[in-house]
Write a protein that binds this ligand. Structure first.
Ligand SMILES: C[S@@+](CC[C@H](N)C(=O)[O-])C[C@H]1O[C@@H](n2cnc3c(N)ncnc32)[C@H](O)[C@@H]1O
Length: 392
């Protein structure tokens, strides 16, 4: 399965599009706002005046969220500069995603984005009597994989990425010796499952962990070339708080998807061997795995690393909300929303294996199983937010 080709969110702005079904990821962007602001403040105060400030959002996708992170970053920089008695720098903003991303959707929303910037600048001027904000902002798109080089050397000051780095560059392969003792790579032996699960062989867990180390190191190596010394990154993605990759928070959304697929295989709607052959190019890393990759690569220091629980709609979970009891109908409604969010993300990667004609049925079953599960349990993801500094 070629990840570059099949990994993109549902395009356009139709009923099943990412644009219409990305509230969970927008909630996650909001939760990263405090660390984002704090990091930008540290970056601006620790560096001398910057006239042209390079910003990249990696894995921007298409839809309202693509410009949401950027709006937050631009706002924060424009608000910080007057407090630091500095002119607002010109901002070079690069939006990155894989080449199959719907960049046209973003381009179509750029005029509104520039209008909003202009209006804000004018209303600030009217209210304060002097210019606050403003400064030219140039947005461009950079298609390509963030697991390789995307930008010229030392051209960036700040890198942001939200809900993207849990996607791997490829489905990991297993390794075994053939009759001549030569190591050959094979498909993972992960029958009836589509991601790491309690019943997956240890070799599958190892292969996933290794793929994450390879990918994340390549990500850091590329960014270390592109960022100026002292440049910073804020990365948020789904991970896990336990060393065990088979806990509910690390894999249960895939477990339920495998259940929905198996129920269809049992009724002869799809082939069971296709389920055996499919594995998701996804990995929920632990903070330990993250630290190992960062230390080994050696160009970045960790300024801050938080892991917090979020529910399956991306809402943060406080101690109090663990006890909230939902009615059956609320749970089923939430199940349908979760299924729409997951469909907008994974449908393009499932279609080549299972066929486009079974997707409605699959996600109806998925919504029902998720809804019933939400009635009896309060599953959560572990959201990792890490702030890194490029060492000199
Ligand atoms: C769930 S979306 C998140 C989009 C947006 N950042 C948000 O918060 O709504 C994940 C995005 O990461 C992109 N992505 C995954 N792997 C990538 C890679 N290797 N290089 C660039 N983009 C990638 C996907 O194509 C997808 O658009």
């Amino acid at each position: 399965m070629e990840v570059m080709r099949i990994l993109h969110m549902n395009k356009g702005n139709g009923e099943t599009s990412y644009a219409k079904n990305s509230t969970a990821q927008s909630n996650i962007i909001s939760q990263g706002r405090r660390v984002l602001d704090e990091t930008l403040k540290k970056l601006m105060t620790s560096s001398s005046e910057i006239s042209s400030f390079g910003i990249a959002d990696l894995g921007c996708s298409s839809g309202p969220n693509s410009l949401l992170s950027i709006s937050n970053i631009v706002d924060t920089i424009q608000n910080l500069c007057p407090d630091l008695h500095r002119p607002v720098p010109e901002l070079r903003v690069s939006l990155n995603d894989l080449p199959s991303n719907d960049f046209n959707y973003i381009f179509a929303s750029l005029p509104d984005f520039y209008d909003r910037l202009k209006k804000k600048e004018n209303s600030n001027k009217a209210a304060l009597g002097f210019q606050r904000g403003g400064g030219p902002c140039f947005v461009s798109a950079v298609p390509g994989s963030f697991y390789g080089r995307l930008f010229p050397r030392r051209s960036l000051h700040f890198v942001h990425s939200s809900s993207s780095l849990h996607w791997l560059s490829q489905v990991p392969c297993g390794e075994m010796n053939n009759e001549d003792g030569v190591v050959i790579t094979t498909n993972l032996d992960n029958r009836g499952k589509i991601y790491i699960s309690k019943t997956s062989p240890e070799s599958a867990q190892k292969a996933y962990a290794l793929q994450f180390q390879t990918d994340f190191s390549a990500f850091l190596r590329s960014r270390s070339e592109e960022l100026v010394p002292g440049g910073r990154m804020v990365l948020s993605f789904l991970g896990r708080s336990s060393p065990d990759p088979t806990t509910e928070e690390a894999c249960f959304q895939w477990e339920i998807l495998a259940q929905a697929l198996m129920s269809m295989a049992n009724e002869g709607i799809i082939e069971e061997e296709n389920i055996d052959a499919f594995n998701a190019p996804y990995y929920a890393a632990s903070s330990e795995e993250l630290k190992i990759a960062i230390e080994k690569e050696g160009s970045f220091s960790i300024d801050r690393l938080d892991i917090s629980p979020v529910d399956w709609e991306g809402e943060s979970i406080s101690e109090k909300s663990y006890d909230i009891v939902r009615s059956k109908s609320e749970s089923l409604a939430s199940g349908r929303r979760v299924a729409k969010t997951i469909r907008a993300v994974v449908e393009p990667m499932l279609e080549p294996t299972f066929g486009q004609n079974v997707m409605d049925e699959l996600f109806e079953r998925y919504a029902k199983i998720v809804g019933e599960y939400l009635y009896v349990s309060s599953p959560r993801y572990a959201l990792i937010i890490v702030s890194l500094v490029r060492m000199s």
